[in-house]
Design a protein around this ligand. Structure first.
Ligand SMILES: O=P(O)(O)OC[C@H]1O[C@](O)(COP(=O)(O)O)[C@@H](O)[C@@H]1O
Length: 321
């Protein structure tokens, strides 16, 4: 597929300014990544990322594409990613910092499941000591049967969706939904990650048991990006990925995954917590920082937090410590 790089409706949402340039770079990256996902084979490499995980060719290629496009935007001072976590200076005069996960779902990409890219945009910073609330915008891209992107449009203070479409023979981004809101109540679907942790974290077990008993349907693909996009598309649902901080077994990363998605969720009227406080209230203590994450329909996430807190207050023990 020849990408024409027509930002289409993106120019209607973001027409001027540095943020528009950053989004043009992000969207150009997502077009190039769409092409890779469609047509390139997936293979293992011999290298590891900064988390010590073996990299796929597509992890490296998508990372390089995004760094290249952010650099060419001329407005990004520095950037860091899940693949290379220490900020790289891209443009001395730039006023912004971008943190990104170039390919979320690398363990399912070979099985042809949907995967995604996640971006958080900050004013120029080295990130350490920053509250995640200082992030100014974020974007979640999903490469599935369609390529879609959710963005926080800070001019209008709302979450909008764009879809990469072919219109009259040309490929362009079309706004497919504006001001998306996640219903507070009555989530009908749930995506419970890492169920093995139900043995170690009684509060998580109670939450999962509650959702099963209340008849919620399972919607879990094993990829945070598509699982979270499902919630925005259906306007309801919860995504849970627990961890036990003390034992350092939380998996998902704050800067590249949880915080950018939490911004979108909050701006759409949903809730995103670590089981105790909002993800956006976390203060960055390192580029490799990880966290449990519970997000989606507000009432249901309040319930998850309640189950976790009650189990902790009662001193409930792990089933299988
Ligand atoms: O299969 P696991 O180990 O429970 O991990 C699933 C989670 O890991 C992720 O794939 C993130 O890891 P990657 O960025 O390495 O793909 C999330 O998208 C997903 O929710």
């Amino acid at each position: 597929m020849e990408s024409t790089h027509d930002t289409g409706d993106l120019g209607r949402i973001y027409s001027t300014g540095d943020i528009a340039k950053i989004y043009a770079a992000i969207f150009k990256s997502m077009e190039e990544i769409t092409d890779i996902m469609r047509y390139e084979p997936v293979s293992k490499t011999t290298t590891k990322n900064d988390f010590g995980e073996q990299q796929l060719n597509v992890d490296k290629e998508t990372d390089e594409i995004i760094y290249k496009n952010l650099k060419e935007s001329g407005v990004v001072y520095n950037a860091c990613s899940e693949e290379s976590i220490y900020p790289q200076v891209l443009c001395e005069d730039g006023g912004y910092t971008v943190c990104f996960d170039p390919l979320d779902g690398s363990s399912i990409v070979d099985a042809n499941f949907a995967v995604g890219s996640i971006f958080g945009i900050w004013k120029k910073t080295d990130l350490i000591g920053e509250s995640c609330r200082n992030m100014i915008s974020s974007c979640l891209g999903v490469y599935g049967t369609k390529t879609v992107a959710l963005i926080y449009n800070q001019d209008k203070d709302e979450v909008d969706e764009l879809t990469y479409r072919r219109v009259d023979g040309a490929y362009k981004w079309v706004v497919t939904e504006e001001n998306i809101k996640i219903c507070e109540k009555d989530a009908k679907t749930f995506a419970p990650g890492n169920l093995a942790v139900t043995k170690e974290l009684p509060g998580y077990k109670h939450a999962v048991d509650h959702f099963i008993k209340s008849g919620m349907k399972l919607r879990y693909s094993g990829g945070m990006a598509p699982d979270v996009y499902h919630i925005f598309h259906k306007k309801e649902g919860v995504f849970l990925y627990p961890g036990i901080k003390e034992k350092k077994i939380a998996k998902l990363r704050v800067l590249y995954e949880c915080a950018p998605i939490a911004l979108l969720v909050e701006k759409a009227g949903g809730m995103a917590t670590d089981g105790h406080i909002p993800i956006l209230d976390l203060v960055v203590d390192g580029y490799e920082m990880r966290t449990p994450v519970y997000l989606g329909s507000k009432n249901d996430i309040e319930l998850v937090d309640k189950f976790i807190k009650e189990a902790e207050d009662k001193g409930e023990q792990a089933v299988d410590p």
